[in-house]
Design a protein around this ligand. Structure first.
Ligand SMILES: [Zn+2]
Ligand SMILES: [Zn+2]
Length: 390
């Protein structure tokens, strides 16, 4: 194994004491003028061979890649590599570095394959108490919302709250399972209560991803699993609500109807309408389709944003985030009755100003199966878009 390792020299800056290790065959005492990355001073070769902390990472990389260049410091090892089978080679590296101090990150820059080994950050588990408190607060706020919406009926309030929470939990469980499956560390969901006068009782829930996502395929799975699961359940619950329950007391006209909601109405009522007596199940289904629509907007680090980042790449995803953010903003200005568009546009532009960090392996292509999963997610997004019924 040792024979495959590249020749390494220690370089020291003669002015500012900067030190790094590079792939080089220079002799001890040779200088490289003006090459100090910190002060621009002269670097001098002061030792031959790699230090202990560098040997093992180089050995692991050399098992699957040809190493073309190395610049290394203890917190960051930068490599230029080549490989004839890099999709599987990177998977091998992820496994091999599982118990090591470094995390491999692969990028393609100007046709060159760059592998950076960054020092692993300790992932600290947060307190579960916050998750529990927010969950209970959201159970309460959705119950209160249901109580007001359905004229003080405790049974209706309970049914609204229970079915809504069930769909939100299914959505978050979808994320959680794909996180486990992909070895990604994530928090439990944080449910967002929205007490009156906000009519829905909740703004959904979020999971905090605490460790990097290994591959683009994992990114697609992480983004798609939650919305697809929650949406599937919302279709079932809306259908049950439309078919088996008598209409409830809620007769406020909906501002719009999601495409899937309209299709289910067509199937059960024979018409698509925004003004009909909603019951707790149909209203909870409507709320979840609405929340799914906002989650699936392919921008930033929303669920849809993860998928778009994997499918479109860094630049196009960034551009799409800007374009859709401003579009929602202008849509909000054009329809002042629906301030939610303006608010979402503003939030997108404020929260997602930078690039999405992407997967550790941002080079290997998506499998056909994951492209299909991304397409299903797109269909779900379209089925949740509003049909305006003015
Ligand atoms: Zn220097
Ligand atoms: Zn989600």
């Amino acid at each position: 194994m040792g024979s495959k390792l590249p020749p390494i020299r220690k370089f020291e800056c003669m002015e500012c004491k900067y030190v790094d290790y590079r792939m080089s065959t220079r002799e001890v005492g040779e200088t490289v003028p003006g090459d100090c990355p910190r002060c621009g001073g002269n670097l001098q070769v002061t030792a031959v061979g790699a230090p202990d902390w560098l040997i093992r990472p180089l050995e692991l990389v050399a098992q699957k890649f040809d190493i073309l260049d190395v610049v290394a410091r203890p917190d960051r090892i930068e490599l230029e590599v080549s490989s004839r089978k890099f999709p599987t080679a990177f998977r091998y590296l992820l496994k091999a570095f599982g118990g090591e101090n470094y995390l491999p990150v692969m990028r393609e820059q100007e046709g060159e394959l760059r592998l950076t080994l960054v020092r692993r950050q300790e992932v600290r588990a947060g307190s579960v108490l916050v998750n529990v408190v927010l969950f209970l607060a959201t159970v309460a706020s959705t119950f209160v919302a249901g109580y007001y919406l359905f004229d003080g009926s405790i049974a209706s309030a309970a049914l609204f709250s229970a079915s809504l929470m069930l769909m939100l939990v299914a959505h978050e469980l979808g994320h959680k399972i794909s996180a486990w499956h992909n070895g990604v560390v994530s928090t439990l969901p944080y449910f967002i209560p929205a007490p009156p006068p906000f009519p829905l009782g909740t703004l959904g829930a979020v999971i905090n991803i605490k460790s990097p996502i290994p591959t683009k395929e994992a990114l697609v799975e992480m983004g798609a699993s939650g919305p697809i699961t929650g949406f599937a359940l919302s279709v079932v619950i809306t259908f049950i609500g439309l078919t088996f329950l008598s209409p409830g007391g809620l007769e406020v006209p909906l501002p719009f109807v999601p495409v899937m909601f309209g299709l289910l109405q067509l199937l059960t009522l024979g018409r698509v309408t925004a003004t009909f007596a909603l019951n707790p199940l149909t209203f909870a289904g409507w709320v979840v389709m609405l929340l799914t629509m906002f989650n699936m907007i392919p921008v930033g680090q929303l669920d849809g944003g993860h998928i778009a980042r994997a499918v479109l790449g860094r630049q196009r995803h960034f551009l799409l985030t800007r374009v859709l953010g401003f579009s929602l903003l202008f849509l909000g200005l054009a329809f002042p009755d629906l301030p939610i568009f303006f608010i979402w546009g503003l939030l997108i532009l404020l929260f997602f100003r930078g690039y999405h960090p992407g997967a550790l392996d941002d080079v290997s292509p998506l499998s056909l199966r994951h492209k299909a999963l991304a397409a299903v997610a797109l269909v779900v997004f379209i089925l949740c878009l509003p049909i305006p019924l003015m």
